[in-house]
Design a protein around this ligand. Structure first.
Ligand SMILES: Nc1nc2c(ncn2[C@@H]2O[C@H](COP(=O)(O)OP(=O)(O)OP(=O)(O)O)[C@@H](O)[C@H]2O)c(=O)[nH]1
Length: 350
């Protein structure tokens, strides 16, 4: 699917990477307007431009109000309209390994869409009162009832599931030792997963990511290890979907060991900020004591200072988490040091 993206400079790389993960190919990027248009969020001239374009989806990397959704949907003749929250939910859905995660994601989506339906409902009511051309409230009313019914059904199901979760966790047995590849979005987790599993066949990128397995057992030495590509840590998750995010990530709790992938090519202060907040997310998930290797990826983009940067990340990580057993510089893209990473994973699970 081809997408046109509206995003602020600071989040551009991250947003493009997220969209690729969700199966979109970003064709054109525009900056977010400094002041959103009252009716459409995006400026009217861009709206006109988009009406004539062949793009499949229009993505605003911010939160849209019900009014923006409704007006954009009406004006963009059939193009899919998405905002940051809906894109994140699509990504969580791709990673959702458990029934609980799937339900939590569905619930977040329904709750997000409900005000849009309500808005349409109140508008059709007003237009009906105004004359015989009103659209009729019946269809919207039944959609509204359906939404409310689904929301209460899922809420009940989730309550039931939560009670059993702890028990399930205790009984869960993996066939092979299980290593979760974690880290910020765009750090290169999927590239490392693909390189280590040999799943990086040349395929159309967007097609590939949407159908790719997220877990895969690989032979390391005489044993097998299951690698799991987890959903990326993301900056500024909207509070409405925090629960869905954490449930999707909760797979990490079952892991025997962790890789924390960092993009070593990031500028120092951002690199440290992302490293620090990665450990905060792990702490919020209740992860501790699992042996970890820090993987400094994208070493091909750093000249000279890569070792110094890696040492910096290692010492911060060692302060924030225990046990950090090792650190390694790699390039998933160039295939640098991957054999050595394989050896380290082997020692990690033995
Ligand atoms: N130069 C360079 N680029 C890399 C390397 N590894 C990954 N990339 C690029 O970085 C971007 C993100 O890589 P992904 O593997 O999708 O990252 P991710 O952490 O899985 O991201 P999410 O799926 O969004 O969580 C892609 O454009 C990759 O091509 C590397 O070693 N060197």
């Amino acid at each position: 699917m081809k997408a046109t993206l509206f995003v602020s400079q600071d989040f551009a790389d991250e947003a493009v990477s997220l969209l690729e993960t969700a199966g979109y190919e970003v064709e054109k990027t525009y900056p977010l307007p400094s002041k959103p248009n009252r009716l459409y969020y995006i400026p009217q001239d861009k709206l006109k431009l988009l009406q004539d374009q062949e793009t499949d989806a229009v993505v605003v990397f911010d939160l849209l109000s019900p009014r923006h959704f409704i007006n954009l949907n009406r004006s963009l003749n059939g193009k899919k309209v998405l905002d940051k929250l809906l894109i994140l939910l699509e990504i969580f859905a791709l990673h959702a390994g458990s029934k609980e995660a799937k339900l939590q994601i569905e619930l977040a989506r329904l709750k997000y869409e409900l005000p849009i339906i309500k808005d349409i409902y109140s508008k059709t009511k007003i237009s009906e009162q105004q004359g015989p051309l009103g659209a009729g409230t019946y269809g919207v009313e039944s959609a509204l009832r359906l939404y409310n019914r689904k929301i209460s059904k899922i809420t009940k199901e989730l309550e039931g599931l939560k009670k059993f979760r702890e028990m399930q966790m205790q009984n869960r047995r993996e066939e092979f030792p299980y290593v979760a590849i974690t880290g910020y979005t765009n750090a290169g987790k999927t590239s490392i997963f693909n390189a280590l599993t040999g799943l990086n066949k040349p395929t159309d990128q967007s097609m590939f990511t949407t159908t790719a397995p997220k877990r895969y057992a690989i032979p390391i030495g005489s044993k097998k290890v299951t690698l799991v590509d987890t959903v990326g840590f993301i900056r500024g998750i909207p509070p409405q979907i925090i629960d869905a995010f954490f449930v999707t990530l909760s797979e990490i709790r079952y892991a025997n060991a962790l890789l924390l992938v960092v993009d070593i090519s990031l500028e120092d202060s951002l690199l440290l900020e992302m490293t620090r907040s990665s450990f905060e997310i792990l702490r919020e998930l209740g992860i501790s004591g699992k042996p970890m290797i820090i993987v400094g990826n994208k070493a091909d983009l750093v000249d000279g200072r890569s070792k110094e940067k890696m040492d910096m990340v290692y010492s911060l990580s060692d302060n924030l988490y225990s046990p950090v057993v090792d650190a390694i510089l790699v390039s998933a893209k160039k295939g640098w040091n991957l054999d050595s990473l394989r050896d380290k994973i082997f020692s990690l699970v033995n």
